[in-house]
Design a protein around this ligand. Structure first.
Ligand code: ATP
Ligand code: MG
Length: 352
């Protein structure tokens, strides 16, 4: 029996950041050896909020950078299939069929849809954006994904996928597994501005590819406890993004606990807490930087991986679509029409 499958991915809208890492990539690194792993470059999903010619022109470069970031984070290229969503038109066919298995009010209740519309500066929700979770169901189910490691903002989408899989199986027979969500230890990483999740469109992100000086500069500019005007004023650790990052990225637990105690007592300045965070983050990023340099030196490798992965995935998706159409009875609908047309053609050609 083949290994169970994992599917996850990102929209090719720019470099990956620490939020992507904690929400999803850390789990990919941990799990990709155990599952047969598909990593989607979700450019059709990108179109739901960014669809200008300029946005689309960036896709090929962003795709390569994104895959490079994922490999740099520790995914073994021999153990993962990367593919470009828009190069597999059959995913759109599956999306069309799935659109009838979910209602508009159900999709309107998915909280991230409104957030994405707002972040993109849209007053009204495009039809495609409302259908974001349906297209995601098409991605996951087209390769019969069984586990989906994603961040908290994406959890409600996976729930829609589960509902669509169950609905399909109920109506047409058991074709799909009902995939499991794999959530991360840190479901949402706050941005450097402390104003909601780290998000590249809000400019509060630290990229996995930022150099040490950029990381240090961003950390020194981070939002902390706004009530703390001087180092001798007791500060609040809870909800403070600098400490949230220490908790996730600083492996020296003793140092973190000591800084928290001194912070609460008004015995340490923000500068020292941030300096130590910058050091911890750069230590965390150094091995990622080293691996990235190796993948960048091997020019052509990443593009080649995407091409091979896309071909492989397309064959897989085609197989699923044949099965889906057969289960639904669409295949026999057309063959019946063809048989009638054939009978008619013969009757006309050989009059009695
Ligand atoms: P951004 O939100 O920065 O614009 P994006 O929306 O293009 O990036 P997605 O492709 O939607 O990113 O997300 C890819 C994965 O990363 C998803 O699983 C998502 O849940 C996760 N993720 C993104 N941002 C965060 C965050 N700040 N904290 C935790 N997980 C995150
Ligand atoms: Mg997002």
């Amino acid at each position: 029996m083949s290994a169970p499958r994992m599917l996850t991915g990102d929209r090719p809208t720019g470099r990956l950041h620490l939020g992507h890492y904690v929400g999803s990539i850390a789990n990919r690194v941990k799990l990709h050896q155990r599952y047969e792993s598909f990593f989607i470059i979700a450019d059709l999903h990108m179109l739901t909020t960014k669809n200008t010619r300029e946005d689309i022109e960036q896709v090929s470069r962003n795709a390569r950078e994104m895959v490079t970031d994922i490999l740099a984070a520790g995914v073994d290229p021999a153990r993962a299939t990367f593919y470009l969503q828009s190069a597999i038109p059959e995913v759109g066919d599956l999306n069309t069929l799935f659109q009838n298995l979910v209602t508009v009010p159900r999709l309107e209740r998915v909280p991230s849809i409104k957030d994405m519309a707002r972040d993109a500066g849209k007053e009204e929700i495009p039809y495609g954006l409302l259908g974001y979770p349906v297209l995601q169901a098409a991605d996951i189910l087209s390769v019969k994904g069984q586990v989906v490691p994603v961040g908290k903002d994406n959890a409600a989408h996976v729930e829609v996928t589960r509902e669509i899989a169950r609905r399909f199986n109920h109506l047409y027979g058991e074709v799909f597994p009902v995939p499991e969500l794999i959530s991360s230890e840190t479901p949402t990483l706050v941005g450097t501005d402390g104003q909601g999740k780290m998000n590249k469109s809000r400019g509060n992100a630290i990229a996995l590819s930022d150099d040490p000086a950029a990381v240090r500069r961003k950390v020194m500019g981070m939002y902390t406890d706004p009530n703390r005007v001087r180092a001798d004023v007791p500060g609040t650790v809870e909800g403070n993004p600098v400490f949230a990052y220490h908790d996730v990225f600083n492996p020296d637990r003793g140092q973190v606990e000591e800084l928290k105690a001194r912070y609460r007592a008004g015995r340490v300045g923000d500068v020292e807490v941030k300096e130590k965070l910058a050091v911890a983050l750069n230590r965390f990023l150094d091995p990622i930087r080293e691996r990235r340099a190796r993948f960048e030196a091997d020019s052509g490798l990443v593009d080649q991986l995407i091409v091979e992965g896309t071909e492989r995935t397309r064959a897989e998706v085609r197989r699923t679509l044949v099965e889906v159409r057969r289960a639904m009875g669409l295949t026999s609908a057309y063959s019946q029409v063809r048989r009638r047309a054939e009978r008619h053609r013969k009757a006309v050609a050989t009059p009695a």
